[in-house]
Design a protein around this ligand. Structure first.
Ligand SMILES: C[S@@+](CC[C@H](N)C(=O)[O-])C[C@H]1O[C@@H](n2cnc3c(N)ncnc32)[C@H](O)[C@@H]1O
Length: 221
């Protein structure tokens, strides 16, 4: 019989939770990630930003997703996290990858204000846009758009359809339902000019399989 997953009480520190999640994060980044985590949980008492309020979930979900995503971003890329909410994956990514130019946006003003406060407190070189992704793409250009938990593929591709000239690729963190979402997007003709690849698939000890989808314009290959 397999061992039950350990509970939060098993971890006294973020470093222990990171090791449990099977992640190799350089020691120099752990303090910054933990500072972000503390701010997020403090804000979460007043405004609903995350349900991942244990070290186990922070490491086994938020950091795991961010680290796997990070492995598919080129050095020096310009990255926009769309629908950043409490900051995942954009803020931990900015901590782990100082070579990237990271921006985050959220369409809910209150959430964008919290993101701005966290960025200031942590001294991160991150631009926060209190706006919908579509609006940000009218005034900026990006290398990679990243997103987790924002909307179905159909919705995302509909929003982004008029804006492909403003970015090179879309990297999405998705769960098992990605296959049905791809079917729905295809059915609506949203993938006809796009190339969608599953570039990674990884197991979270807490939620099972997650995938990273890379979507590009077909003629940009
Ligand atoms: C479920 S939360 C996910 C937050 C975070 N990415 C995470 O994984 O923890 C989705 C967020 O996307 C934001 N959102 C939805 N549509 C958006 C859009 N078109 N542009 C920017 N933000 C959007 C919502 O306000 C919400 O904060």
């Amino acid at each position: 019989m397999s061992e039950p997953a350990p509970t939060t009480e098993d971890f006294d520190s973020l470093a222990d939770a990171v090791t449990w999640a099977g992640l190799e994060i350089p020691a120099e980044h752990i303090a910054g990630l933990d500072a972000y985590r503390q701010l997020l949980w403090q804000w979460n008492e007043n405004i609903n930003l995350t349900r991942h309020t244990t070290l186990q979930k922070f490491a086994g979900r938020d950091l795991l997703d961010t680290v796997r995503l990070s492995e598919h971003l080129d050095k020096g890329d310009r990255v926009l996290d769309i629908g950043s909410g409490g900051g995942v994956p954009g803020l931990p990514l900015a901590i782990l990858r100082p070579d990237l130019t990271v921006s985050v946006c959220d369409s809910v003003g209150k959430k964008a204000k919290v993101l701005e406060d966290m960025v200031q407190s942590l001294g991160l070189p991150v631009t926060v846009y209190p706006a919908r992704a579509e609006q940000v793409l009218e005034i900026t250009t990006q290398g990679t758009l990243i997103a987790r938990g924002v909307a179905s593929l159909k919705k995302l591709l509909t929003w982004l359809e008029p804006h492909w000239e403003a970015f090179d690729q879309l990297l999405l963190i998705k769960g098992k339902a990605w296959v049905e979402e791809r079917g729905e997007a295809r059915h609506h003709g949203l993938l006809k000019d796009l190339d969608l690849r599953r570039v990674a698939s990884y197991e979270s000890p807490l939620v099972g399989e997650s995938v990273l989808l890379r979507i590009t314009q077909r003629d940009s290959q």
